[in-house]
Ligand binder design. Structure first.
Ligand SMILES: [Zn+2]
Length: 115
């Protein structure tokens, strides 16, 4: 995923995690969801991380990755682990997707293979 230029909350200049700070002084590491580490942790603690998730990582993208890692065939915590995201966040995304009719009941994996 691309690293955004600025933290969506505090506006601090961000850098990709792959880039050493010596090559980008004055920047903060991108923790995820368009946030620097400080804002990411603050949002996580406040329980508002899901709000950033929705804006920065579109639901369609999460669903696509969820399908890709076999999310339909495993438990939500396992799928969340494969997606490297909190299970509670993934569950919220899936709940909204089901509510909006974007995903249905689980299908047999053979159908997924041929899809
Ligand atoms: Zn920030």
């Amino acid at each position: 995923m691309n690293t955004p230029r600025d933290c969506r909350v505090c506006g601090h200049l961000l850098r990709p995690n792959a880039l050493p700070i010596s090559e980008a002084t004055g920047t903060r590491a991108h923790a995820g969801r368009g946030l620097c580490r400080k804002c990411y942790d603050a949002a996580r603690y406040a329980g508002t991380l899901i709000d950033h998730e929705r804006r920065y990582r579109p639901r369609e993208e999460v669903l696509e990755e969820w399908e890709h890692v076999g999310g339909r065939c495993v438990t939500c915590p396992e799928a969340a682990r494969r997606l490297n995201m909190p299970a509670v966040t993934l569950q919220a995304v899936l709940n909204r997707a089901r509510r909006d009719g974007q995903i249905e009941r689980p299908r047999p994996w053979r159908e997924l293979r041929s899809a």
